[in-house]
Design a protein around this ligand. Structure first.
Ligand code: BEZ
Length: 254
């Protein structure tokens, strides 16, 4: 997983806590039942794993970021949190469900994660996930790429950290590993970013990899140029609104 291990877990819980707030309705879609054993893949700082746990579930939370897992363990010491990458899961038919919120757009190759997810599930088990879908944050990423190149630096495709599939593309991958896809949805989720520096903070927290090869001293000015360029489009009623597009899927292991 290309997800940055240096993510600041406090910032994630503070300014970017919309990630787990939006995830609450995904927990409803998961419909956890007492006595179930559920894997939370990409658990971040553990808030949704905790919600699932509160339903009487035996939860295991995994995340590739050491910082996130440390913070999750401090917040919820009764839950089992483990540092683990989504492409190297080694569970064997032991979970009733695999749940994943706002993670799988960081995971490449996606088929490797799907194979591990499928193997982790008991027969009849469910995979319930939400993540960035086709066109996610496209206005922001196009704006960054444009300004990086306008400043005279090269942007290489390999530095694009995310995988944003359509539901057709992702359902096909799910079927390839053996899932019966029972639900797939692609929807807009305009997401308000906190404060005047909301876009800058978002770019610094999540978009760092796009700046690979750009000298540190040039980055702040490039981000200022992105803000100026995108203000007309993404700044509404005094607030920055990111152009999130999500997909939600449910697959059953048959
Ligand atoms: C998302 O949740 O869609 C997302 C979060 C961070 C970076 C890119 C996308």
């Amino acid at each position: 997983m290309e997800r940055n291990n240096l993510w600041n877990a406090n910032l994630y819980d503070g300014r970017h806590n919309f990630v787990s707030q939006f995830g609450q309705s995904l927990v409803e879609l998961l419909a956890p039942k007492p006595g179930e054993r559920i894997l939370d893949l990409g658990c971040g700082t553990g808030d949704l794993a905790h919600q699932i746990y509160e339903n009487g579930v035996d939860v295991v939370g995994v995340d590739s970021s050491v910082n996130m897992v440390e913070q999750a363990k401090n917040k919820y010491p009764d839950i089992n949190f483990i540092v683990e990458d989504a492409t190297s899961l080694e569970y064997d038919s032991e979970f009733d469900a695999v749940f994943s919120n706002a993670t799988l757009h960081w995971v490449k190759p996606p088929i490797k994660a799907l194979l591990g997810i499928y193997d982790s599930l008991k027969p009849g088990g469910r995979f319930v996930a939400e993540f960035g879908g086709k066109g996610n944050v496209q206005t922001i990423s196009n704006g960054i790429l444009f300004e990086i190149e306008a400043a005279g630096f090269e942007f290489k495709k390999a530095h694009f950290p995310w995988f944003y599939p359509s539901i057709a593309e992702y359902s096909t991958l799910m079927e390839e590993v053996g899932f019966r896809v029972t639900f797939a949805q692609h929807f807009d989720r305009p997401t308000t970013l906190d404060g005047d520096d909301g876009l800058r903070n978002w770019i610094q927290m999540f978009g760092n990899q796009l700046f690979t090869g750009v000298p540190e001293e040039s980055r702040a000015q490039i981000i200022t140029n992105v803000e100026n360029h995108l203000k007309e489009i993404l700044h509404k009623d005094g607030r920055w609104v990111a152009d999130y597009k999500r997909i939600r899927v449910i697959g059953i292991k048959e």
